[in-house]
Ligand binder design. Structure first.
Ligand SMILES: Nc1ncnc2c1ncn2[C@@H]1O[C@H](COP(=O)(O)OP(=O)(O)OP(=O)(O)O)[C@@H](O)[C@H]1O
Ligand SMILES: [Mg+2]
Length: 350
């Protein structure tokens, strides 16, 4: 074994080597870790005893795959997800691949087995399943209202006066908007998760982006007095994706209005070789113990009818620029969200 030490010992995947009779001759530290055993305890023993595996149907993998007396043309065993059927690791999912080393007469010399712990894959599967159930749940409540009100209006239109009908249609309209918004957010989330955000960098005037977002809120009915915008001098030339910057700033301002209170103060200032934008309000703020969670998918406080995706998207968009975002407490007592963007560079001319 000592002659083979080196890269083999450092491999993150478990490796077990067995001879033609199925006796373990070598095992690397990762395999020992995955199987919670030691080299001394497994070397010299029969592989099916050391590693009792069953497939998804509960069949014994060693009798199904017949590694030692199966087809002599076989050179490898494709990756399979198998379960340990007894011993300390009982129930553990492993990804198993094998290579058969044969001589010129195709006689089996040895088999090299590679093991990978399947828990991270299980975690991803579970988080996907959670996402699907959360999305289904989020879609169900606005759709129930859309369906309920339209069905009522279709069946009993004459029983309602104009004012009641107007109210129902307004609710349907708002719920349809909610579904559209949720779907748009989910598309952003899936692009962020898949690392498929396309960056179209241009020179961005951060001060102008902030003023534009504030003007949009005022146009939508917010009082002008709720905003204070301060843009410092000496900002560097910022190369960023203007649509994404608008989305980041818009989201933070919308949160300050919806979840915060009082005056919303937005400051833009140079920071390192880039720039920072801080959005502060005078509401209740965010408790320090929940601060880390606000950027996770679907996390939301008690109040409001949001989906809890806004800040996850903000973080994804800021990080796609190579920047960072954090939450703290504003001087006025409310929440203070601050993001920093590096100055960025011009994309290559194509
Ligand atoms: N300025 C703020 N003051 C207090 N709480 C805030 C503030 N901004 C965000 N929060 C809290 O963080 C939660 C998550 O915010 P996030 O923007 O991710 O979701 P949302 O606003 O609820 O929904 P949406 O996906 O529509 O943005 C909010 O539900 C709210 O409880
Ligand atoms: Mg939000």
């Amino acid at each position: 074994m000592s002659a083979d030490k080196g890269a083999y010992d450092d491999l993150p995947d478990g490796v077990i080597v067995v001879d033609a009779a199925g006796t373990v001759t070598q095992v690397n530290p990762s395999a020992n870790r995955i199987l919670a055993t030691t080299a001394d305890a497994v070397i010299g023993r029969s592989l099916p005893d050391v590693l009792p595996l069953v497939d998804a149907q509960g069949r014994d993998w060693w009798s199904c795959s017949q590694p030692f007396d199966g087809l002599d043309t076989r050179t490898r065993q494709p990756e399979r997800s198998l379960q340990v059927s007894s011993g300390p690791m009982k129930g553990r999912e492993l990804l198993v691949t094998a290579a058969y080393v044969r001589d010129e007469q195709r006689r089996l010399q040895r088999m090299v087995l590679v093991l990978r712990d399947n828990r991270s894959r299980e975690r991803i599967d579970r988080s996907r399943a959670d996402l699907v159930s959360t999305v289904a749940h989020e879609l169900r409540s606005p759709l129930t209202s859309v369906k309920g009100f339209t069905a009522t209006l279709l069946a009993k239109r004459d029983r309602f006066n104009d004012e009641q009908k107007q109210l129902m249609l307004q609710t349907v309209n708002a719920d349809a908007d909610r579904v559209t918004r949720l779907l748009t957010e989910l598309l952003d989330v899936s692009r962020i998760d898949a690392g498929r955000l396309e960056m179209r960098r241009q020179v961005v005037d951060l001060g102008r982006a902030v003023r534009k977002a504030v003007a949009a809120c005022i146009a939508a009915g917010e009082c002008e007095d709720r905003f204070a915008v301060r843009v410092a001098e000496g900002l560097p030339e910022m190369w960023a994706d203007p649509d994404k910057v608008d989305q980041i700033v818009g989201n933070l301002i919308e949160n300050a209005l919806r979840h915060g209170a009082g005056t919303v103060t937005i400051t833009v200032a140079p920071c390192g070789s880039g720039a920072e934008v801080a959005v502060e309000d005078e509401g209740d703020g965010i408790a320090s113990e929940t601060a880390a969670r606000v950027f996770t998918r679907f996390w939301r406080g008690n109040r409001g009818r949001g989906t809890g995706l806004g800040l996850y998207i903000v973080k994804g968009l800021v990080e796609a620029h190579g920047g960072s975002v954090e939450v703290g407490r504003a001087a006025g007592g409310g929440a203070r969200f601050r993001f920093v963007l590096p100055a960025g560079v011009a994309p290559y001319d194509v």
